[in-house]
Design a protein around this ligand. Sequence first.
Ligand code: SF4
Length: 238
Amino acid sequence: MIKIGIRYGKIDFFKNKREIVLLKSFPCIYGKCSFCNYIEDNSKDEHLINKINFETLQNITGEFGILEVINSGSVFELPHDTLQKIKDIAIEKNIGIIYFEIYYGYMNRIDEIKKKFGNIEIRFKMGIETFDNDFRVNTLNKNFKLDKDAIRTLNDKIFSVCLMVCVKGQTKEMIDNDIKIAMENFKVTTINVFINNGTPIERDPYLYEWFINKYSYLKSDTKIEILLDNKDLTVYEQ
Ligand code: SF4
């Protein structure tokens, strides 16, 4: 099958301008979220992973001083050589801030990455999808629960969370509550509006209409990034 994709892009349409790369990585350590099709990009071939990643990283100019790295998993699933290359390029191009993705199960290891990158500020993004534990665990099949203490700990360690909205089974109240908690607790929140992607999870068109009418104004909020399409971050594999 021919794969079409773009692995390098510039996010210059949000307040927080940055370059972004979609890197290839080893399989996501969890890999069971019911809505996730991005793990199809994962590979066990370290040579291939590094080859594709090195080619992608060559595009980085450093023009915004900020780089976001996504990899259909967590930063810990990037090979050592790829991480080293990211660091070398960041130093060479004067990049002072790097965003990485992290899964909840790696929370106790985030200092390893901070240490590895020295003076470069590392900001972690985490897909928590919703603060409704029942929906996260039983519908989205994401296997962690968050109480108030856990949210406080996340607030200390994580820069940004990602929410998923407009999924069948969600309610307006759940989405209102998720956005409220995220905005009260995190510096930046990404809101992913779910698009059908071949997994058993489906978009709720009624919730979508309601969400657009109610929350489009958040597009001008510097603490919120709304993604209406899974290509909105400019990089994608399909
Ligand atoms: S943790 Fe992230 S990459 Fe892994 S299966 Fe879940 S959504 Fe996909």
